[in-house]
Design a protein around this ligand. Structure first.
Ligand code: PMP
Length: 377
């Protein structure tokens, strides 16, 4: 059976440019690149890491000296949220109610978190935010993702950061699903902390970055080593970082081309609606990234649809498949005010650099079969 991969928001396949730089490093021919070592192999590793740092900084309009490599966006989000919960123990942290669990459940930060409501499209309600920022509780940090992992809906990050700053709070942006899909400019949007994950842009899993803005604070989570200028202890994942850098470079060069994916996604949505007119496409009336289609078929069960598609060789996701692989009702849809029925019947199709017209055909073919079975059943 041929398998069709339409789950880029979970993990994008490794980009060839990333593999090209990672392969020789992973083979460790002759010696291993520990970037802290003073010998030849160490110095070579250091150069690889610093080159990658430049590419990652460029992708998000950040300062090269402010990029801290880590294990991914979960770590980045935990690092920032925990820092604020620890340092500003008497203040609260505002997070949009559609954040990734690594923000919503950020360790001890949890007690101090207040959720900012979103509208029916999943965009943060600026009126509610303003009210919360001017309320009795002092706010240390506002955290909001640039692009939602389930729906692909884009937030107005510059407006959110301006509002936070006006009320004396700092601004954290989880840009995991935004980098390489829309232009991200930390300086123009006045972002104080930005988190990234390599495997969403074509690098490997297990590597990411926390990029600092100019507020002067350096949140730390791991201690016990001088790596990353003593901001993140632990031997650098040189191969992973190299791949991340190459993927970041390719993503920036390809940003304009990436927008052409809209043709495939829009065709998918038109045909999906014509096959199954009662589906609801989420976030359709808001700005969205071009690679994501998030829809519900009320009354159907997301887990059963996922399994049926998998049997047809099609890999998609429900928006919030948790790490154990089980399917939960979508957190994002619940926050958007959708019913439990809609939140339990959502599927996410997400495409990327290797997706072809034929992959969309294959999905539509499988969906037609599955949908007709659901209708008969
Ligand atoms: N934030 C968002 C918006 C994500 O989509 C993800 C990955 N699903 C993460 C954070 C966590 O990234 P990672 O698993 O690479 O740590």
């Amino acid at each position: 059976m041929t398998h069709v991969y339409l789950d880029y928001n979970a993990s994008a396949p490794l980009h060839p440019d990333a593999w090209a730089v990672m392969e020789p490093i992973l083979k460790m021919q002759g010696g291993a690149h520990n970037a802290s070592a003073v010998h030849y192999y160490g110095r070579t590793g250091r150069k690889i890491v610093e080159d990658a740092r430049r590419h990652v900084a460029q992708l998000v309009g950040g300062d090269v000296n402010q990029v801290i490599f880590n294990s991914g966006a979960t770590e980045g989000n935990n690092t920032v949220l925990r820092h604020f919960a620890d340092i500003y123990a008497d203040e609260v942290i505002l997070v949009s109610s559609t954040e990734h669990p690594s923000v919503l459940e950020g360790l001890e930060a949890r007690r101090r978190i207040r959720h900012v409501p979103v509208d029916g499209n999943g965009r943060v309600r600026l009126d509610s935010l303003e009210e919360m920022l001017s309320g009795a509780e002092k706010v240390s940090l506002l955290s909001c993702m640039a692009v939602n992992n389930e729906s692909g809906v884009i937030q107005d990050i510059a407006a959110l950061s301006a509002l936070a700053h006006r009320h004396g709070a700092l601004f954290h942006c989880d840009a995991t699903q935004a980098a390489g899909r829309i232009s991200v400019d930390m300086k123009a949007s006045s972002i104080d902390f930005l988190t990234l994950s390599s495997h969403k842009i074509g690098g490997s899993q297990g590597v990411g970055a926390l990029v600092l803005g100019l507020c002067g604070q350096t949140p730390k989570l791991l201690f016990g080593g001088g790596q990353e200028k003593s901001t993140r202890a632990g031997t650098e994942n040189v191969a992973g970082i190299a791949g991340f850098g190459a993927a970041a470079k390719a993503a920036l060069v390809g940003l304009e081309d990436y927008q052409k994916l809209a043709v495939l996604r829009d065709r998918l949505e038109v045909e999906l609606t014509s096959i199954s007119p009662e589906i609801v496409i989420h976030g359709k009336d808001a700005p969205r990234v071009v690679n994501t289609c998030f829809f519900s078929l009320a009354g159907a069960n997301a887990q059963s649809m996922l399994m049926a598609l998998d049997l047809e060789g099609i890999a998609v996701s429900n928006g919030s498949a948790c790490s154990s692989g089980s399917v939960k009702p979508s957190v994002t849809l619940k926050a958007m005010g959708q019913s439990a029925e809609i939140a339990s019947s959502a599927l996410r199709v997400s495409i990327g650099w290797a997706t072809k017209e034929g992959d969309i055909d294959a999905f539509l073919y499988a969906w037609t079969k599955i949908y007709s079975r659901i209708k008969v059943g």
